[in-house]
Ligand binder design. Structure first.
Ligand code: ZN
Length: 315
């Protein structure tokens, strides 16, 4: 073999090895890091709920506002390049005398070309429900969870009942392209809590920074004792918990700027919880199959009904 050919061959092999290693690192690798660590004490959460008197939610409703579509490996590293549905949801907890919204999806305009579907009627029902709600909380500050707030036609009124945390407001870039209009947050007092906080009878906010600084899980205990845990985007889909695998590093490092070890710690804690307490319904941020099966089981009710007809609401 001539010298120059050997040089070209060697360079090609080196290039392939580097590319292969890079592909593995950024697209496939997803092993539990040594420093993954997250403490979740379900007994403490239940104790806190038991200590707060008052009616608990009687039902939990869900609206599917629209959907993204991502390559599987973006959701669970190593799962390949087939496109997977990433639906966007909003939830409503219905009490005898009030309603609470958990996550507010986003407007069609905010989603833009990233959306593969959008349900205008569901979005309109959510906007109305937000105006009627006594409390609005979000799992985190990303545009597909906070966007329904920033674009709400009656933002000043809706902000009165919205409880955003200090962390959710600390880094406006994290919300992009969702933005609050100039001055909208003047005088707004965000929530500041440590680890757990009962925000209404049967609802506990649980700090879970990692996917974003303002990420929190929302535990719900209904009047009949059934329990749900809205984990936001700690896991986009339940498969992240089952396999104990994170999103591809390409996504967590460059697009999300996640604290990957923190998310891994939460995935481990959630797996442990799911095994110890299988009756708790864990609801990932974007899992159409899980939401579908919870609807089928009657744990979630599809669509925000008209509360003015059936409840003794203020209207
Ligand atoms: Zn999301």
């Amino acid at each position: 073999m001539p010298k120059w050919l050997r040089a070209v061959f060697t360079a090609l092999v080196v290039l392939l090895v580097v590319l292969g290693a890079g592909y593995y690192w950024f697209v496939v690798e997803s092993s539990m890091p040594d420093d993954a660590n997250y403490a979740f004490d379900i007994r403490e959460v239940r104790r806190m709920v038991a200590a707060v008197p008052g009616d608990k939610p009687e039902k939990v409703e869900v609206e599917r506002i629209g959907s993204f579509s991502f390559p599987a490996t973006a959701i669970v590293a190593g799962d390949g390049w087939a496109q997977r549905d990433m639906p966007v949801f909003s939830y409503r907890l219905v009490y005898p005398d009030q309603t609470v919204i958990v996550d507010t999806a986003l407007s069609e305009e905010l989603g833009g070309g990233n959306l593969v579907s959008f349900d205008e009627e569901a979005y309109a029902r959510m906007n109305k429900a937000m105006s009627e709600a006594s409390l609005i909380v979000i799992t985190h500050e990303h545009m597909d969870h906070i966007g329904g707030i920033t674009t709400h036609p009656d933002l000043p009124a809706v902000l009165q009942s919205t409880r955003l945390t200090v962390e959710q407001l600390a880094e406006p870039d994290r919300r992009g392209p969702a933005v609050f209009p100039d001055g909208a947050l003047d005088g707004y007092e965000p929530l500041d809590y440590e680890k757990y906080m009962v925000i209404a009878p049967g609802i506990v906010l649980i700090e879970a920074p990692g996917h974003s600084p303002g990420s929190q899980m929302i535990y719900v205990q209904e009047a009949d004792g059934s329990e749900l845990l809205f984990i936001g985007d700690v896991a986009w889909q339940y498969r992240n918990i089952v396999t104990q695998r994170e999103r591809a590093r390409l996504v967590t490092q460059f697009f999300l700027k996640e604290d990957r070890a923190a998310v891994f710690g939460q995935l481990a804690a959630l797996k442990e919880l799911s095994e110890a307490e299988p009756e708790i319904s864990i609801v990932p941020g974007h899992d159409g199959e899980i939401v579908g099966s919870l609807v089928e089981a009657g744990i979630l009710i599809e669509g925000f009904g008209d509360i003015t007809d059936e409840e003794s609401g203020e209207e």
